[in-house]
Ligand binder design. Structure first.
Ligand code: ADP
Ligand code: MG
Length: 266
């Protein structure tokens, strides 16, 4: 059985696609077989973040229309052979596909992979239901802004009403220096508000923007940067390991080397 996990949020633009690409690559690095499913049928961008847009020939829509078997639509990652992408269709409206069809697609992938991550549109958009219907687990992404946290709270309710019981939280774009100055809501406060288990904290870091623009998930870079370590840690926590959280404040103070020493012994 595959672990089928939807990456979702209340508010748009909080980093779902970025997290799907990087977390997916981090999971593949652990040696698991993984499929990333782009369920954002309006905005096809998971392929761009993975640098796979040139390799997309068939999409999920072609599979549903019987134009090709699902194996033909799966795009193999050029760097990691155990990672594939099921692309969404380009230039289609978001309701080009219904929840039953989405279930049908995921059923065809189930059991072939250890993990299936579904990149969803935001919780307020159409297409959100498509993404959550086949999922057994969810990762909610929020940024440390009140509006995003409030919308995330609404999504927790929606997921629970769809019988998705296993829900974890990623707080993305954290800026420790702003939290220290009380200019940003803290991760602890977000967890208190949402009452779902925290599985990761990702710093706000321009290297993430640079790497996604290049189509190269930053978890593949050597030596790993601090945001890459954050994604690798999330992958291992998903895998059931207990991994301490990075001290992002120390990172901010440019003590990156100290952390490296602690985690990698160099
Ligand atoms: P969503 O899929 O939720 O709409 P995206 O993954 O497309 O969000 O991210 C929205 C924007 O935020 C992108 O430009 C992305 O590069 C940027 N971004 C996401 N996470 C981070 C981060 N941790 N640090 C800096 N920029 C980020
Ligand atoms: Mg997205």
């Amino acid at each position: 059985m595959s672990r089928i996990i939807v990456i979702t949020s209340g508010k748009g633009g909080v980093g779902k696609t970025t997290i799907t690409a990087n977390l997916g690559s981090a999971i593949a690095r652990l040696g698991y077989k993984i499929a990333l499913v782009d369920a954002d049928f309006g905005l096809r961008n998971l392929d761009l973040l993975l640098g796979l847009e040139q390799r997309v020939v068939y999409t999920a829509i072609d599979v549903l229309e019987g134009q090709c078997p699902i194996e033909k639509a799966l795009v193999k990652d050029k760097r990691q052979p155990n990672l594939v992408l099921l692309p969404a269709a380009q230039n289609r409206t978001k309701d080009a596909i219904n929840p039953d069809q989405m279930k049908q697609l995921i059923e065809q992938l189930d059991k072939q992979f250890d993990y299936i991550l579904i990149d969803s549109p935001a919780g307020i958009e159409m297409g959100f239901r498509n993404a959550i219907i086949p999922a057994k687990e969810a990762i909610i992404v929020t940024t440390p802004e009140m509006a995003a946290v409030r919308d995330a709270d609404r999504v927790v309710g929606l997921l629970e009403s769809e019988e998705i019981k296993k829900i974890n939280l990623i707080v993305n774009r954290v800026r420790p220096e702003m939290i220290q100055l009380n200019q940003m809501i803290s991760v602890e406060d977000i967890v208190d508000l949402l009452v779902i288990p925290l599985i990761g904290i990702v710093p706000d870091d321009e290297r993430i923007i640079v790497s996604t623009n290049r189509g190269e998930p930053l978890v593949l870079e050597e030596p790993p940067s601090v945001p890459a370590m954050a994604f690798n840690n999330i992958a291992r926590r998903l895998d059931g390991k207990e991994i301490p959280y990075l001290d992002l404040m120390a990172v901010h103070d440019n003590l990156v080397t100290r952390i490296r020493r602690r985690f990698f012994g160099n």
